[in-house]
Design a protein around this ligand. Structure first.
Ligand SMILES: [Zn+2]
Length: 282
């Protein structure tokens, strides 16, 4: 037996054997979905951000409320779809409700961000991929209507896989319904601020995610309409790196500013204060 044989792989990284892997408890180390860096779970901190590239790991809506808002009062918590004919839909809904402690893929309510009164919507990618069901659309519509009648700005964190196919046309109609409520809010001269988070795609991108007066985004969030693989197989071309990442959208004018998660509270607070006519300490 060669006592001095190398236990290293070709690229000079120490080989992780199955025996070593078995000693690492699940969830202790995570790979950043954007840059691939292996991160010790505790390094992510409360904001769940990659220390190497600032990518914000996906959060549940209630985690975001705890991070960004105070005095939160939830709206329409019990609103849920009562008829689910599509095979397997009810089971998926039940699982999502249990996991997220929500009855739909968006959490809405009023509260304060950095001391500023806002109406707040947060989509949750853990609830059926944040898909746009009819009650998701109804909750966001009611949020805008409440904000219009109370003359409040709306801050909406988007995260969605797109329309909810189990609800067919009912889901697609939400794009128009929410857009009408956004327009009424805008006509009243009120601020609508969008924060694009990873991932925001499909019908949500094709409607209210792109209708904000100001569009912020978290670093490296994926934002697009159709999936990259679908586009590649349609046009028979390889897409460039970072296609559909917010850094590309920023260059092309779809995003106003990319803000690391740790700074979002103060940036949103300053933008709202500025719009309310208050002088912010910049
Ligand atoms: Zn990273």
């Amino acid at each position: 037996m060669d006592l001095f044989s190398s236990n290293k792989t070709d690229n000079n990284k120490i080989k992780v054997t199955d025996a070593v892997r078995d000693r690492i408890p699940d969830g202790l180390f995570l790979a950043c979905p954007y840059c691939g860096t292996q991160i010790y779970n505790k390094q992510l901190g409360d904001f769940r951000v990659c220390p190497n590239c600032d990518y914000g790991f996906r959060l549940q809506a209630r985690e975001r409320v705890a991070l960004f808002a105070t005095d939160f009062v939830e709206f329409d918590a019990d609103l849920t779809i009562d008829q689910t004919d599509f095979p397997g839909y009810q089971e998926k809904l039940d699982r999502a409700k249990k996991q997220t402690e929500m009855n739909e893929s968006v959490l809405t309510g009023s509260g304060r961000i950095d001391g500023q009164a806002v109406d707040l919507g947060i989509m949750d990618s853990y609830f059926m991929m944040g898909s746009l069901g009819s009650k998701t659309g109804e909750k966001i519509t009611r949020l805008f209507e409440h904000a219009t009648s109370h003359r409040l700005p709306v801050v909406l964190f988007t995260a969605s896989g797109g329309a909810r196919m189990q609800e067919g046309i009912q889901s697609l109609m939400q794009m128009a319904k929410v857009s009408a409520a956004v327009a009424a809010h805008q006509e009243a001269g009120l601020l609508y601020l969008v924060v694009l988070t990873d991932p925001t795609t499909g019908g949500v991108t094709a409607s209210f995610a792109m209708q904000g007066d100001i569009t912020l985004a978290e670093p490296h969030a994926l934002v697009g309409f159709a999936g990259a693989r679908v586009i590649e197989s349609t046009i028979h071309e390889k897409l460039p790196k970072d296609f559909q990442r917010v850094e590309t959208l920023l260059k092309n004018g779809f995003v106003d500013k990319i803000v690391p998660r740790q700074q979002l509270t103060s940036v949103i607070g300053q933008l709202v204060a500025l719009h309310q006519g208050e002088v912010a300490d910049v």
